[in-house]
Design a protein around this ligand. Structure first.
Ligand code: PLP
Length: 401
């Protein structure tokens, strides 16, 4: 079935995977929208004055996010480091060149303990890259206002707030309360909203800066969006002559991000939602009534307008564990990659937001085939879960072999 000579993946010797996982860096993020593809192609062969291109990006970002200004950087992670660096240095060009190891005394960055997550790399490291000193607030599952107030002082440069399914989803301070306390102490609030569809809500709720990924829900090329208060945006932008140099975005990232933002305004959001619904219905119907399989539709944990299907397996009846099922789906001619962050609990998710036409049907057929074959097995297919993590770590350490 690997007869797709026109598919660039075939030419590169890559597996033609189907992404039922969501927007993942390790799978190539998202399907870039045609408007952004066209903009990237058009600008790649031209020279531009980069400050002017970024000025144009600022106007578009400002309009869509309800911000004073903005710019495009290499990624949301780059946006975190550059924005915090800007909060530490202001527009002092000499101070910018002294980062990250000589940030001066006002370099503390407060972050709630339940927000200290990994998005593929630790968020604390993005703070330290900027010369910031990480000041965790509260405990992993409980943060109280007095703990935040007590952490803010004359050494505090900024407060970082993470909005993500990765964070602890209870016991944290809501953004509006968090921002009010920080503002009372004169501390700016930076919101990492990399994967959030809401372009205006976080600034409206009190953020001074909000950060997004271009390559996630927006369907842009790889990039990050910094939006918010003009003085903070400018101080972050100036880091391009400092720590931001190694986080450089090219003209194609800027033009593609502008195009993706403009396309977002006219996107057929209801039509996309309807296509996602159809995929979820197909998968739920495919799994209904199968022994040991429970499929439940769930809303996105951070209220993005996106549902996923939670697929739970009872190995005694299904004859296979969730992780062995996921591994089998990820093999073969049309590998299906599922969303497996919590798979040790015996379930995974199917995410419909990054499918090409026809792929939902392939996913359904692949699931039916693998479940039928597990049913026919005389033994329960159950590899120890711990082996899975060890194998994954071992694989990483032998790259590129
Ligand atoms: C994806 C993600 C990031 C990293 O974004 P990049 O643009 O890939 O650097 C940071 N924070 C959160 C919450 C994310 O989901």
């Amino acid at each position: 079935m690997n007869d797709a000579p026109d598919d660039i993946r075939t030419r590169l010797g890559l597996r033609r995977i189907i992404n039922a996982s969501g927007t993942m860096t390790f799978l190539g993020a998202s399907i870039v929208v045609p408007e952004a593809v066209a903009a990237v192609t058009a600008i790649l062969t031209e020279f531009v004055e980069i400050d002017d291109l970024q000025r144009r990006a600022s106007t578009v970002i400002a309009r869509l996010c309800g911000a004073e200004a903005g710019f495009v950087t290499a990624s949301c992670a780059a946006g975190i480091s550059m924005t915090l660096a800007g909060a530490i240095t202001g527009d002092d060009l000499a101070a910018i060149e002294r980062l990250p190891d000589q940030p001066g005394p006002r370099n503390e960055v407060v972050i709630m303990a339940g927000h200290m997550v990994s998005y593929g790399a630790p968020v604390e490291q993005a703070i330290r890259l900027a010369g910031g000193r990480v000041v965790p607030v509260g405990q992993a599952t409980a943060v109280r206002p007095h703990q935040l107030a007590g952490a803010l002082n004359e050494r505090t440069a900024a407060a970082l707030y993470v909005v993500s399914h990765h964070t602890v989803q209870y016991g944290m301070l809501p953004l509006a309360e968090f921002a009010a306390l920080c503002h009372r102490a004169g501390v700016p609030v930076i919101v990492d909203a990399a994967s959030e569809y809401d372009l205006r809500g976080f600034l409206a709720a009190g953020a001074d800066i909000v950060l997004y990924s271009s390559h996630k829900f927006l369907g842009g090329p790889t990039g990050g969006i910094v939006a918010g208060r003009k003085d903070l945006v400018r101080a972050a932008y100036l880091q391009n002559s400092g720590i931001g140099r190694g986080m450089k975005v090219g003209k194609e990232g800027m033009a593609g991000t502008i195009a993706a933002l403009e396309a977002w305004e006219t996107r057929d959001h209801a039509g996309i939602r309807a296509r996602e619904d159809a995929a979820l219905d197909l998968w739920a119907n495919t799994l209904a009534g199968r022994p040991g399989v429970t499929a439940i539709r769930e809303a996105d944990p951070t209220n993005n307008p996106l549902d996923r299907l939670r697929v739970a397996l009872a190995p005694e009846q299904a004859h296979i564990t969730a992780w062995d099922f996921a591994a089998r789906l990820a093999s073969g001619d049309r590998p299906v990659i599922v969303r497996d962050h919590e798979i040790e609990h015996g379930y995974f998710y199917l995410d419909p937001c990054n499918l090409h036409p026809g792929e939902a049907e392939i996913v359904a057929n692949r699931m039916a085939g693998e479940l039928d074959s597990a049913q026919a097995s005389n033994t329960i297919i159950a590899t120890p879960f711990a082996d899975r993590a060890l194998r994954a770590a071992a694989r990483r350490k032998t790259w590129p072999d």
